[in-house]
Design a protein around this ligand. Sequence first.
Ligand SMILES: Nc1ncnc2c1ncn2[C@@H]1O[C@H](COP(=O)(O)OP(=O)(O)OP(=O)(O)O)[C@@H](O)[C@H]1O
Length: 284
Amino acid sequence: MSLVESPLLSIRNFYKKYGDGCLFCTTDSESENPYMDGNRCLECGTVWACRNLNFDLYQGEILGIVGESGSGKSTLVKSLFFNEEPTYGEMYLASYRDGEQNVFDCSHQTKRYLQNHELGMVDQNPYHGLRMDYSSGGNIAEKLIAADYSHVGQMVERAEELLEKVEIPVARMNEPPRKFSGGMQQRVQISKALANRPPLLLLGEITTGLDLSVQARVLDLIRTIQQELKVSMIVISHDLGVIRMLTDRTLVLNQGRIVENGLTDQIMEDPQHAYTQLLVHSLL
Ligand SMILES: Nc1ncnc2c1ncn2[C@@H]1O[C@H](COP(=O)(O)OP(=O)(O)OP(=O)(O)O)[C@@H](O)[C@H]1O
C-alpha cells in the first residue's frame, strides 16, 4: 500500500480562453504583460478566464475557490462538470480508470456517464439546476434514472431519504420547487446532486441571494452532509466568510490565475499575496 494518498481529482495546466488569442496574449508569463488589461487582451479582445491552473483535491476534503467577480471561478467549475470545453488542460478522477485517463479527452458519452455517476453539481441559480414544474421527488428521480436506477419503489425510498436529509418535509415531495422558498429550492438541488452518491460535489455560489439566516442554514447543512457522507467538495464563492465557514483548503483566483493556495485557516490568518490580503482585510 502506498503511504502517500492519491488525490480524488487532479487538474493540470488548465486553460480556458474566450476568443482566438494572438501573439500578444498567447505567450504565458507570470510577469506583467503590457498587452493585457487584467485577463483581457487589448490587441485581440480574447479573455483568458483561467490560466495555467494546477491543483489536487483529496478524499473527504472541502476545497474553496475564492475570487472577485470575473476571476474565473464559474468557468472552472462549469468545465469540471463538462458544461464548458477547456482550451487546454488535464483532469484526472481517481474513480475513473484509476485516475490515469485525462477525462477532458473522453467522448461525450463518457463525460455524460461521469456527470451521472461520479459528479454532483449545485448551481448558483436553482432555476438552472432544477425543473421547477416537476415535483421535488421527480427532480431527484430524474438524477436517479440517469444513474441507472429503474425500480420505482427504490427511487421513492431514496428520494424520501434525501429530502429528509436536507430537511424538506417528505409530505411535500410531490410539490414542485416553484412553490418553495429560495433556501428550500437550494436544499432540493443539494438532495438531487447527492442522489447518485457522487464522490465529488461541485457547489456554485449557492447562498447568493439568500437571507443571512437562510444562508447559515444551508451552509450548516452542507457541513453536516460532508461529515456524514465524507463526500469531497469544491465550493466557489466571492465571499470569504462562506469559504472560512466551509472549507479546509482554499485556492485564491485573481484574473484567471491561482495567486495563493493553502489551508483556509492559514490564509485567513496570514495571507501572503497582496490580493488575498485585500480580500481578508475587507472581511474584517
Ligand atoms: N461565454 C463567455 N464569453 C466570453 N467571455 C466570457 C464568457 N464566460 C465568461 N467570460 C469571461 O471570463 C471571465 C471569467 O468569468 P467567470 O464567470 O468564470 O468569473 P467568476 O469568477 O465566476 O465571476 P462571477 O462571480 O461574477 O460569476 C470574465 O472576464 C468573463 O467576462
